[in-house]
Design a protein. Structure first.
Length: 252
């Protein structure tokens, strides 16, 4: 599970992507022949999800700023355990019920289960982050307050406990990536970048150790390395380049 947050300008595009009404999905992993297997678990309100989004948003206080996140989407992925079709539906229906109770079903915009992408089936639980303004006692939009640090830290354990009761077993919600709490997409990308940097550092150190060992075995290598650096910096030319630059003397 991880969460994404969207400002008003991105909501229409994202909802079209989730319900597959976009002209161009922009995702090469989508198997269009399987799109008909996708299904929406949110209530049928008789209107398009974007219309309900605007309707519900008009009922609550929302700051008129471009950077305000007015839609959030929890991506709930089916754990890699043995689930038959009925159990899979039960898992996503249970996940929906858990989320709807947590964030208010009146705030749910859509909850599409995607089965047409590579990897495990997953649900995009989209909702408007509504909470109570403590000073005015009215409903307001605030992703920062709804998805605060405590919420991101506790939701995986709460979901795991809930699924334990539903299936009477551990279905694998908690794992190495989630045991410390949920992370945003940006945080996940940052974690990935940190891992890449760490891996590159290990490679660099191994290469450095090999270079040091090579110099110990052949000290004259230092001169060759210095020359290679000058060539790389454009301060010196390769021997074959110098040969090309030579102009043969005319016969007298």
């Amino acid at each position: 599970m991880h969460v994404e947050k969207f400002a008003k300008t991105a909501v229409g595009h994202m909802l079209r992507h989730f319900n597959r009404n976009a002209a161009n999905f922009g995702n090469e992993n989508i198997e269009h022949s399987r799109t008909e297997l996708n299904y929406n678990l949110s209530p049928d309100r008789g209107s398009a999800d974007i219309d309900y989004y605007h309707e519900r948003l008009s009922q609550v206080k929302c700051q008129n700023r471009a950077d305000v996140k007015t839609l959030c989407s929890w991506i709930v992925t089916l754990p890699k355990q043995e689930f038959d079709e009925e159990q899979e539906r039960r898992f996503f229906r249970s996940a929906y019920n858990f989320m709807a109770k947590r964030y208010g079903e009146e705030n749910v915009v859509s909850a599409w289960v995607h089965k047409d992408e590579g990897g495990q089936p997953h649900m995009h639980f989209c909702f408007i982050p509504v909470c109570i303004d403590k000073k005015k006692g009215i409903e307001k939009v605030s992703a920062k307050e709804v998805l605060n640090r405590t919420e991101l830290r506790e939701i995986h354990k709460d979901m795991s406990d809930y699924m334990q009761k539903v299936f009477d077993r551990n279905v694998g919600i908690l794992n190495g990536a989630t045991v410390g709490g949920s992370k945003t997409v940006e945080e996940l990308k940052l974690d990935s970048l940190k891992k890449d940097v760490a891996a590159m550092e290990k490679v660099r150190m191994r290469s450095l150790e090999k270079l040091v060992q090579a110099i110990k075995e052949r000290p004259s290598l230092i001169g060759e390395i210095s020359r290679a650096i000058r060539i790389a910096m454009g301060k010196e030319k390769l021997p074959q380049e110098r040969e090309k630059d030579r102009v043969p003397e005319r016969s007298r």
